[in-house]
Write a protein that binds this ligand. Structure first.
Ligand code: 5GP
Length: 183
């Protein structure tokens, strides 16, 4: 792991290691398998940020007769939320009667989560659950708490393991936090 990373003039320091990520991915996968192992769930990965978490989580869950698909929402510009959630790629699959698990990178204000869940519920699924790599409870504008959380963190801007800064640094294997916020 690098001690420090500079991108677009901002400095980031190590925050969560790849080993800690792997451990929590395994725990969340166990929880989901215990809850849904006997059904044929449909997993919905929210692009772009959740792609790496979803790949690892989906493999760990290991339900062979489950399906994974992808949607895309957008609310961030740079390092802060615009407050508006835009659907960029919608869901094509029929989810009526299915157990649905949304896989997201971060629940921050909760606006994206709330909009997605409301949208999906209009399509008559049997259940909708929500799994997130990171949760920032102090940033919540909705009071929404996801069903499965790998890490709860303070409201700091982070990058790596799928999370970007203006499209960059998603490749990092560990998670880094912006240095100015680092106590
Ligand atoms: P929400 O709708 O909950 O405010 O925003 C969720 C989305 O904002 C996440 O899916 C993610 O794309 C983006 N986001 C929120 N916090 C961070 C952060 O600390 N770092 C990065 N890279 N993206 C974030």
């Amino acid at each position: 792991m690098e001690n420090q990373i500079t991108v677009d003039g901002l400095t980031f320091v190590p925050y969560i290691t790849r080993d800690q990520i792997a451990e929590q991915v395994k725990r969340v996968a166990d929880e989901i398998r215990n809850d849904l192992g006997d059904s044929s769930p449909i997993f919905i990965c929210v692009l772009n940020g959740a792609f790496m978490f979803a790949a690892d989580l989906y493999r760990e869950i290991g339900i062979n007769n489950s399906v994974i698909t992808f949607v895309k929402y957008s609310s961030y510009e740079g390092t802060s939320t615009t407050g508006k959630v835009k659907e960029v790629i919608g869901l094509k699959e029929d989810i009526a009667g299915k157990d649905v698990v949304i896989i997201e990178d971060i629940v921050d204000t909760g606006l994206t989560a709330q909009k997605m869940i409301a949208d999906l519920k209009t399509r008559n699924p049997r259940s909708v659950r929500f799994a997130t790599l990171l949760h920032k409870p102090e940033s919540s504008r909705t009071g929404y708490t996801p069903d499965y959380i790998a890490f709860s963190i303070p409201p700091k801007f982070i990058i790596g393991y799928g999370l970007d800064l203006d499209g960059k640094v998603r490749n990092l294997k560990d998670i880094y936090v912006i240095k100015e916020d680092y106590a």
